[in-house]
Every structure is written in C-alpha cells, then in structure tokens.
Design a protein around this ligand. Sequence first.
Ligand code: CO8
Length: 259
Amino acid sequence: SYEFLKLSTPKEGVALVTLHRPKALNALCTPLFKELHTALASLDADRSIGAIVITGSERAFAAGADIKEMKDLTFSAAYSGDFIELWSAAVAQVKKPIITAVNGYALGGGCELAMMGDILYCSAGATFGQPEIKLGTIPGAGGSQRLTRAIGKSRAMEVILTGENFSGKQAGEWGLAAKVFETPEECVEGALGTAEKIARLSRVAVKAAKEVVNKSQDLGLREGVEFERRVFHGLFGSRDQKIGMGAFAKKEKPEWSHE
Ligand code: CO8
C-alpha cells in the first residue's frame, strides 16, 4: 500500500500507476519518488505485467519537484546525497515500456518525469513547462537533454530560458507527444489501449525493441545500427521469433511464449 500512488491493473497485462498527492498538485517529494521507485521495480519484475502507464490527476500530472522540500537544501547535502539521482533511475531502469499520460500541469520535474517514459500522450489542455529559471535554478532531472532531443535546440532554449509554459496541443505539434487527446479521460484510455496492445506482443521482442530505440539516444548512427543488428541476430535465439514467423507462414495467430 502506498501513500502517494494508486496502483491498478485495468487491462490484462497493463499496470496503471496514478500519482496521488492531490493537496500539492502531485509535487514530487522524496517519499513519493521512493514509492514510485519501489512500485516500478516490482511491476518490472512482475511476469503478469507487459506495459505500464503513469498518470496523475486531471488537474496535475505533477507540478514539479517539491519546492518547499528543496528551498533550504545546501550544495553539500545535494551533492553528497546525490539528490535526484534515484529519481531518474526510478524510471530509467525499467525495462518494460512506460507510457506517460499527461493531463493538467506537467511542470519542472513533472515535465521531466513525463519525458522519462517511452511514449508520451497528453490532452490538448495539458500545461507543460520547465519553470526552474523563475526559481533561480535549472532543470535537474534530464529536462535540458530530453526536451532538446524531443523538440530541437531553439524551442527547448526558448522554453528553458524563459520558463514559459506550452500547451498539450503544442506538445503534439512539436513532436514531444506521440498523441494528443481532446479530454483527460480519452488520454488515459488511449494510453491504456496502447499499453494493452504492447502487452499482448512478444515480451522478449518488446524488451529488445525498447532497448535498441533507447540506444539511439546515446550512440552515433553507425554504432547504433551495429548494436541493433546484434540484438536482431540475438532474437533468432528466442522462442518467440520461431513462434511469430512460424505462425505467419502457417497463416495462424502467434501464441507468444511470454518468456
Ligand atoms: N512544490 C511544492 N508544492 C507545490 C508545488 C511544488 N512544485 N506546486 C504546487 N504546490 C502546492 C502549492 O504550494 C499549494 O499548496 P498550499 O495549498 O498548501 O498552499 C497547492 O500545491 C496548490 O497549488 P496552488 O495554490 O499554487 O494552485 P494554483 O492552481 O494557483 O497554481 C501552479 C498551480 C501554477 C502549478 C502553481 O502551483 C505553481 O506554479 N507551482 C509550482 C510550479 C513549479 O515551479 N514547478 C517547478 C518546480 S522546480 C523543479 O521541478 C526542479 C526539478 C528538479 C528535478 C525533479 C526530478 C523529477
């Protein structure tokens, strides 16, 4: 049981993690992130789960890191305690696909958390932003890197240097969001639907696909293509490759091994 999260399994193979700290617009305090870390690690290890959706409320996905918790933090405490490191790891270490379904505010650390997922969906009225500059600081959980890769340097500079927010509609137009929905309900349903589709596929192939796409963010093109080819070769050793291609040849539906 969690204080700041709600967990459910609304569709077969799909876990829904709902951030639940309504009094503070889901501001990301350390206890919330510790719970998120524990919950995601256990879902990643759970063989019945194939994909994970993270969402917040209609009003706020998350309004940022907890400013009240951070305001008196010193450099030595932040540095020696590796402040934020665990937070990024909570999501980055997960091998199963994560879809973030963003409604309401996704500001600062909230925007960064949304971008840590593998696929980002939002509603048109969502509010994204990296307002840290207005607090006398900068993004600290990958915002400057992930936003720049997602929307390009000039737009990312504009967002991060001014601290001005942008809408869910803009997030779609700029390519930050894979899909934009009219309403918050549609956004969560859309994310669950996509997660269900993914959860029904070969687990080993899905894991490999996520790994190779993520490598594209770290490697140059030649190394990335070589890495992809090695993993592709490796999948000929999996049962699911035989099941998938065998079923195609026999005009049957594949029954994945879920290995
Ligand atoms: N931290 C702490 N408390 C918060 C936060 C926050 N980020 N955001 C909202 N709250 C609290 C408010 O203090 C308020 O509490 P109370 O009722 O006790 O006063 C409650 O939530 C409701 O908020 P408001 O009354 O302000 O609601 P409004 O509808 O008037 O305004 C806003 C909503 C515009 C979202 C406003 O709350 C706001 O500007 N919030 C702060 C947004 C912000 O600056 N976020 C960036 C924080 S810095 C950051 O994230 C650094 C990232 C570091 C890495 C993070 C790793 C993941």
